[in-house]
Ligand binder design. Structure first.
Ligand SMILES: Cc1cc2nc3c(=O)[nH]c(=O)nc-3n(C[C@H](O)[C@H](O)[C@H](O)COP(=O)(O)OP(=O)(O)OC[C@H]3O[C@@H](n4cnc5c(N)ncnc54)[C@H](O)[C@@H]3O)c2cc1C
Length: 299
């Protein structure tokens, strides 16, 4: 959305395709996003950004793009049986957090209430001095539990399955930080007014919040057939201007390895949009068309 606003204000014709699975849309109330001292929900923020983009003529299509093909003039995208052509593509397709095995409606309710949280960088401040559990194990689970330990001394690491994948070093570290270790499987979740109860192999425990640390799936599937650099996890590799290895294809946000924060995604989007504008102006008559005169300002 940030890139769309920038690009439209560079007098480029922009189509945003989205299938409504933005992680940002699930944020109940962000309190670390600069400029909103009282916080703002993800839905409100996205609504404001969309209104701003539409002011400058950005078009939107709802649906899941199913293929991305590089052709001689640029790219074509398959959407609902249609082929959409574009000179340039910016992939800002994000990631999907792996969820604990639980009823989806209950899960979404818990996320909306802050009883399940996915982003310690974003909202661990809100669990200061509260009891918190991390569902996870191995390096990822241990790192997240240790991160949270600087907010509260009541941290528990519970394995999602019947066994933990903890080395002696992991256990020593968890003990040193006073982090409790519980064994799963994590099976049953119940929501209270300000708490969440979970059943595991050793009984039932109640926490103010639970952080699943189960990893995420990178939404880079559109590039599977393209010869692109990517990390082992599937994050797209880009240069300092957000260019991928394929000319005309850019990437920004969580789909690129980074902090997985909105401010970071927005910064990358601004860089990508400006690179797109500059790269296009090198290869097209963009500057000449501007000189002929197109309307400026909102349209
Ligand atoms: C519960 C929660 C709370 C969070 N709290 C904060 C916070 O307080 N502060 C903060 O900075 N960050 C927070 N984050 C992280 C933040 O949401 C992400 O860093 C941010 O949304 C990344 O933006 P993005 O554009 O890369 O990806 P997303 O916001 O996930 O957007 C990706 C978009 O791509 C679309 N898409 C993907 N593939 C396709 C396809 N094939 N066809 C069509 N559309 C497609 C999706 O529909 C979606 O619209 C939170 C995340 C979660 C889950």
């Amino acid at each position: 959305m940030t890139a769309a606003i920038y690009l439209a204000r560079y007098h480029l014709r922009i189509l945003v395709i989205e299938d409504g699975r933005s992680r940002a849309a699930t944020i109940p109330l962000t309190r670390n996003h600069a400029g909103f001292p009282d916080g703002i929900s993800g839905v409100d923020l996205l609504g404001r950004m969309r209104a701003q983009a539409e002011l400058y003529g950005v078009a939107f299509r709802h649906g899941c793009a199913s293929a991305l093909v590089k052709d001689t003039d640029g790219f074509s995208v398959a959407l609902d049986g249609e082929r959409i052509s574009a000179r340039t593509i910016l992939l800002a397709t994000g990631v999907v957090n792996r969820r604990p095995a639980m009823n989806m409606a209950l899960h979404d309710e818990a996320v909306a209430n802050g009883q399940i949280r996915y982003c310690p960088v974003c909202d661990a401040y809100e669990i200061t001095d509260k009891s918190v559990a991390v569902i996870g194990t191995g390096d990822q689970g241990v790192e997240e539990a240790v991160f949270l330990r600087s907010y509260t001394d009541d941290v528990t690491l519970v394995s999602p399955n019947a066994d933990h994948r903890l080395t002696a070093d992991h256990v020593e570290r968890l003990n040193r930080f006073g982090i409790r270790i519980l064994t799963g499987p994590v099976e049953r979740f119940e929501l209270g007014k300000n708490f969440i109860t979970v059943s595991h192999a050793e009984g039932r425990s109640t926490f103010a919040s639970i952080y699943p640390a189960l990893g995420s799936d990178i939404r880079s599937e559109l590039t599977t057939d393209l010869d692109l650099g990517r990390t082992a996890a599937g994050c797209l590799k880009v240069d300092s201007h957000q260019r991928t290895d394929i000319h005309g294809l850019y990437a920004a946000g969580d789909v690129v390895l980074g902090l997985d924060q909105m401010s970071h995604a927005m910064g990358q989007a601004a860089v990508a949009a400006t690179a797109i504008r500059n790269d296009l102006s090198e290869t097209t008559a963009l500057l000449r068309r501007r000189a002929v005169g197109r309307p400026s300002g909102p349209r």
